[in-house]
Each structure stands twice: as C-alpha cells, then as structure tokens.
Design a protein around this ligand. Structure first.
Ligand SMILES: [Zn+2]
Length: 192
C-alpha cells in the first residue's frame, strides 16, 4: 500500500528532520508526479528571512532526484512546520488573530492591520477571499455539511458572510492559536 501524496506539513522541524533522515526507508512514500519511491533525497532547509541578519528555518526540501544515478523526475517538495502558511509572509497564528478580530466585529481592514501591524491593508481582502475559497475544506475538516461558496461581490459587507463566520468561529474555537497548524497537519493542505 502506497500513500497517494507526500506529507507536506509536520509538527516541528525535528519531525521534518527525522522524516528526511529516513527517506531511504520510507517505502510508502511515492512521488506524486512520476510515482517512483526510491529516488527521494534531502535538499536543504527552507528559511523565513526576517532581515539581512536574521533568518529562521521553517522547513526542508526533498527532491525526487534525477541526478547522480537516480531516475526520479526532479520534482521538489517543500516540507514545512505546520504553523507556516506556504508562500505567505505570516505564520498561522497571525491569521488566527485576524480571524478572531473579524469575529469580534472589527472591519476587514482594521482586523488585518491589527493582526499584522501593517498600515497597508490591500492583502486583507485577499486573505478573506482565500478563506472563502477554502470554506468547503474547513467544513469537511469540521465534519459539518458542505455548503456552496458565498460570492464576496454579492455581500461586500463582511457581516453578511454568516456561513464563513460561523465556520471560522467553530474552527478557531477548537484549537485557538494553533488552529491553522492543526488544520494543515490534519488535512495536509494549506489553510489559505
Ligand atoms: Zn518524481
């Protein structure tokens, strides 16, 4: 029996290290692209850069190698700690703060600037759209009936997004600050 996909989210760096150190023996690990399972090699750390001097490891890469005698496809996978939002600047805990502020009645822009400490709020609506896009995944995770997406343009006032709000409330009251991490570990897909 082979896993259908590569695990992308891990509890912490230590768990990623243990996983990448044992790639040779991970017989159930199969590349999603070429379906090979014998050519994975560890391929260095992923860092979050805070400044020119300060960076922090948040994950590692593995590659289905097509070099040095390997016959994989060359595809690279990013394995990250569960609280890191892939391809995003902020950690999950900041997104949970944004959601909590929305739930307590703050406007979208106000919630974003308080959560991120940024005065530019154009990404606030992108976050909201991504949350809305993932609504059915959240409901699947919570095991509540899946409803259709809510068209944001039809309900520009956020207070009308009852279904999204109710879902986010259920989601964040379950795990608090660790809600994004818990979701990403359990579902193995990005929270946003
Ligand atoms: Zn491959």
């Amino acid at each position: 029996m082979f896993n259908s996909c590569v695990q992308k989210f891990f509890k912490d760096l230590n768990s990623i290290g243990q996983f990448t150190a044992s790639l040779k023996w991970q017989r159930s690990l199969r590349c999603e692209i070429c379906l090979n399972h014998e050519h994975f090699i560890s391929h260095g750390f992923i860092y979050k850069q805070y400044s020119s001097e300060r960076k922090e490891a948040v994950g590692k890469r593995i590659v289905c190698s097509n070099r040095y005698g390997h016959q994989g496809c060359g595809h690279t996978y990013q394995l990250t700690i569960a609280d890191k939002l892939p391809h995003r600047r902020y950690f999950g805990v900041v997104l949970v703060r944004f959601i909590s502020l929305l739930l307590s009645g703050h406007s979208v822009c106000c919630a974003y600037s308080q959560a991120t400490k940024q005065s530019q709020t154009r990404h606030a609506w992108r976050w909201l759209k991504k949350l809305n896009d993932n609504l059915m995944h959240y409901r699947g995770y919570l095991k509540v009936p899946i409803v259709g997406k809510i068209a944001l343009e039809q309900a520009p006032d956020f207070t009308y997004h009852r279904c999204l709000l109710t879902t986010l409330n259920a989601l964040t009251s379950k795990e608090g600050d660790g809600s994004c991490a818990a979701f990403q570990i359990s579902q193995q897909i990005a929270f946003i």
